[in-house]
Design a protein around this ligand. Structure first.
Ligand SMILES: [Zn+2]
Length: 378
């Protein structure tokens, strides 16, 4: 098996899992946050910087790489790791999410999905077999099954049909996957907010024995208590000896709440996207560095952070760079935000090791301001 999971211990206070995922490109500790490098680059960061900040696995997007430069070029380069010079683990999604979120002209059939290229308008078709072929060419350590990503909210009837189609597609993905010896394929549990459908989806997919499972269809606009409720009844349906990945989640509170519910892996564009807007995550909540009040503030972004940005640069300087649209400003804010989440996960793992993740959650939420009424945090 290309991917194996090692459970190190379970937090006595919360049930969160401390573990390790072993891949052909090294192991990473869990719970873990995966920075997103959509086009084979985590925007503005070099692989050396990612390594220095503690990233152990990154995510890249099949749909975008398929359109440009094309998976054939990446295969010719020796695969994604070589192409982008990243020696850690890589996970690619299946392209399904982009087909359903970026393209408005789409037609879902049993065979696959017809849609238009979001850049050129050209007609395209993606199917389970094609998504596997592309990911086999890209060569990530972990690849994802091609699934349907229904919108939120969706009617029970629609969701049931979709869950059943996703299960049939998952079987076709397993069948089409050419490199199970060095690439692990994860199945995706769908079913929206419906417990019976999550149960059905989990039953279908766990019977196919994937090396890992993702929970999809969350963080698509539903309130956080809905996400937590769905996780409460979904993670217990998944095998404890395999890794669990909650797709598209990256706000600090959800990373902690997801870990408490037994999730091992997370990814999200949030930290990198808001960084390019001048918004930073700090131990005391969010900081919008463009604000005039920081013009003469020579303190670091986060006085409790020991990242490269915070050790060397001030709010006033970063504000100046960001307001002037200087690339270096976006590099500094991106570095800090990614470091902040990777460091948060380090603290989560430490708290699990010491059976105090519940206490850690209380302290973090208090300091971050999540407990305040009308807290405006991501
Ligand atoms: Zn920092």
């Amino acid at each position: 098996m290309a991917i194996t999971y090692e459970l190190i211990k379970t937090c006595k206070q919360t049930g969160a899992r401390l573990g390790k995922v072993h891949t052909p490109h090294g192991s990473f500790e869990t719970p873990m946050f995966m920075p997103v490098g959509t086009l084979a680059t985590v925007k503005t960061m070099s692989p050396e910087e990612l390594e220095r900040m503690g990233a152990q696995i990154i995510l890249s997007n099949t749909y975008h790489l398929w359109l440009r430069p094309g998976e054939d070029i990446i295969e010719e380069a020796g695969g994604l790791h070589k192409f982008m010079n990243w020696n850690g683990s890589i996970l690619t999604d299946s392209g399904g999410f982009q087909v359903f979120s970026l393209s408005d002209l789409r037609q879902i059939e049993e065979e696959g999905v017809h849609f238009r290229n979001h850049i050129s308008g050209e007609k395209l078709f993606l199917s389970p077999e094609k998504a596997m072929r592309i990911q086999n060419s890209l060569g990530p350590d972990i690849m994802m099954a091609f699934d349907e990503c229904p919108p939120y909210p969706a009617e029970h009837k629609y969701m049931k049909d979709s869950v059943e189609r996703t299960s049939r597609w998952a079987e076709r993905c397993l069948e089409a996957h050419q490199r199970p010896h060095d690439q692990g394929l994860f199945g995706i549990i769908q079913g929206g907010e419906y417990e019976d459908l999550r149960r059905q989806s989990a039953r279908d997919l766990t019977s196919m024995d994937f090396p890992g499972y993702a929970i999809g269809g969350l963080s698509v606009g539903e309130p956080k208590d809905v996400m937590n409720r769905v996780l409460d009844f979904t993670t217990p349906l998944l095998p404890s000896e395999k890794p669990r990945y909650l797709m598209g989640v990256g706000s600090p509170d959800s990373l902690i709440d997801g870990s408490i519910r037994g999730v091992d892996m997370f990814d999200c564009v949030l930290p990198t996207r808001i960084a390019r807007n001048g918004t930073l995550m700090t131990s005391e909540g969010r900081l919008v560095v463009r604000n005039a009040k920081f013009a003469r503030d020579f303190r670091p972004i986060d006085e409790n952070c020991d990242c490269h940005t915070c050790r060397n640069y001030s709010r006033a300087y970063i504000r100046h760079l960001v307001k002037s649209n200087e690339t270096f400003g976006f590099r500094l804010t991106t570095y800090h935000n990614l470091y902040f989440l990777l460091n948060l996960m380090r603290q989560v793992r430490e708290a699990i090791r010491e059976d105090r993740l519940g206490d850690f959650r209380e302290e973090f939420f208090e300091q971050y301001g999540f407990n305040k009424p009308n807290a405006k945090n991501f």
